[in-house]
Design a binder for this molecule. Sequence first.
Ligand code: BEZ
Length: 237
Amino acid sequence: MENQNEKIYAMPRIGDPAPEFKAVTTQGPIHFPSDYKGNWVILFSHPADFTPVCTSEFMTFAVLEDKFAEVNCKLVGLSIDGLYSHIAWLRTIKEKIQYKGMKDVEVKFPLIEDITMEVANKYGMVQPGESETKAVRAVFFIDPKGVIRTIIYYPLSLGRNFDELYRVVVALQAADAFGVAMPADWRPGDDVIVPTAGSCGVAKERMESKDEMKCYDWFFCTKPLAEEKVWSKLKKK
Ligand code: BEZ
């Protein structure tokens, strides 16, 4: 029989408001997402403290924290471990681990304790086919209004691609700021996609226009967006 105390949560989806929670973290209590209003935030889970892939990821997140902060994006981690385990693991990382040129790495962003799995379950971070007791490597990109904008999941055995995490934050912000969409593998400086024209007349005009817009067909037009323009809009002064 199903445990009557077990709450069933729907998986949050892109476009949903980020589920609310209060939690204890290595940087004190947080109320999510309201404490992060006005900022982008990456909420991510890792399977367990004191494990190697997670250690490589935490060191990388910590080293990149300032780079994410420059584009107004904060980091919040979570695993199904207690606060004292988190503290001991982060201290070990700082005091003992040298990896790929990274050493003396201090994790300054909050790491949520979630021994009850309450937050992990709310966010669909526990995926029983992979593990019933550990969170997968989930990454939720949440915008300044508290809306989930992108979700990426990785399994236990595969560390995240940090170039991609940063690319997602920059691309989402640039798409919002300039009212465009981003093509495959977009990076700042690449052409962007102009939203599809609403009428045949507009589409025809576009196809024939001699300005900087380039149309491959009526439904597929791009235009340049200079790299400096992207960074001057996104980077905090
Ligand atoms: C790791 O981070 O190395 C790891 C964690 C849980 C299961 C497998 C690997």
